[in-house]
Design a protein around this ligand. Sequence first.
Ligand SMILES: [Zn+2]
Length: 576
Amino acid sequence: MEEYIVSALKYRPLTFDSVVGQRTLTATLKNAVRSGKLAHAYLFCGPRGVGKTTCARIFAKTVNCLSPDANGDPCGECESCKAFAQGRSMSIHELDAASNNSVDDIRELCRQVQIPPQVGRYKVFIIDEVHMLSASAFNAFLKTLEEPPSYVIFILATTEKHKILPTILSRCQVYDFARMTLQGTVDHLKYISQKEGITAEDEALHLIAQKADGGMRDALSIYDQMVSCCGNNLTLEAVSDALGVLSADSYFEMVDHFINKEVQPCLVLLNNIISEGYEGGNFMNGLAAHLRNLLVARDASTLPLLDTSENLRARYQEQAARCNVRMLYRALRLCNDCDNQYRTSRNKRLSLEITLIECAQIDPDAPAGGLRPTKLAPFFTQPVAAARKQTPAAAAPQEQNKTPHVVAATPSQPAPAARVRLSTLGPRLRMATAPKPDTPSVQTTETPELQVSAVALKLTDKDLLRTWTEFANMLQLEDKAMSMRMLQMKPDTTGPESFSVTVSNEQVKTYLLQISSRLIRYLRRSLLMPNLRMDISVTPYETVQQSLSKKEIFQNYMSQNNSLQTLVDEFKLIVE
Ligand SMILES: [Zn+2]
């Protein structure tokens, strides 16, 4: 069986030119080697997996090559190069300071420093994660670093430059390794795919590169994992499945719902996403990233900030063009707020849902500074869809963004017209209960919302139960008992704008009455039924499955079992 070699090893660069993503730095190093102007100590800083150790090895190999080519690259033929290739070179010493950070380790290293190289001109000591050296080890090392033999070169590598003592920094030539760009990583993965005969979609490689977050070694190891679990055909779907990353499609779909101000589909989509096993917090995070991408895709000057594949870039631009920039900004803020509060939220799902509901109702024309939607668009219920056909403004929601259809703050207008925008309920109530055709300030052509509410709405059991449950859930935090009671009740529609609810006794009725004004207000607003009426009835005692007290339960048992009665009598027990 063919031996499998991990890509990070198999495609480890052997020359400076083949190092990915560090072009300026490798060019400088190469020049230094070619011109023979070598320092005694180098410090390579940068994130993990970007090529620090690799460059150090290439450096060691290059300075020791007995007959470098005209370009300054190692020949690969001489004794030194062969020794490097076979991993038996005595001219290179690697110490991982993360696990060998004691004084003794450093003393051993200093002893090695005293022995001149047998092949080649230099002995190169690579100390990885040098910031992990203990203080005393540092001190023991300092003197050697100050005055090493002429044939010694130290290459110190670290991911945490700020932890390096100034005394060390000042003795080293410092090279800062850049984080890999997404495109650089993708290009390298593409190159490997070609060599290995693996077909890979661009988007799939982008996803891997994103997941690796700027580290080539991580990217390669994720790539290997993907090949071993998805086979020789890396599709976006397979890779996002395997990585547990939600595909971009879901985010595009969600934002489409925002654009169209469709609340219900947002919640359905969220439900699908969660039931497929994706974590809600990650989703919110991804949604925020998506909105950010849309924002930068809107403008040519920020377009380079969009680090993604060509295909996706076009899709971002297309969707961004349909978005109002203020809407995007506000949605981004809402998502960011949700993300911040998510970890401490007691009802995580609810906070996701609220955010989505708000995002789907953002009014870009609302006064600046007010990030929360000031006007609740009608959500849920089918009559809205029916009304949408009648009102051109609602049929083309993106048009709404451009044309302010209700002038909110024209001073000359009487108060009711101004409140159409600012209040969520009042004006609609007023219009539907007492339509005044002689009110000149409210012109139907200008106020599609009023037309919507004028359409006859009919209460359905389904909508009623849903809003009822919503309210009960909202109540949970402040009055858990009432919330539970409400969830057990079953409201029934009794007319186009009325319903009744049956409770088991007068006490519960009193409780329900106490919250009824809030409840009705909420239901009216959610269902867009300003005249909605609730009747509360108490069912006759015998038809209700009454909850029994402990005494009643015991008495029940006694009536069924005589020996219990005997027990009570014998021991003179008091049942209470
Ligand atoms: Zn050579």
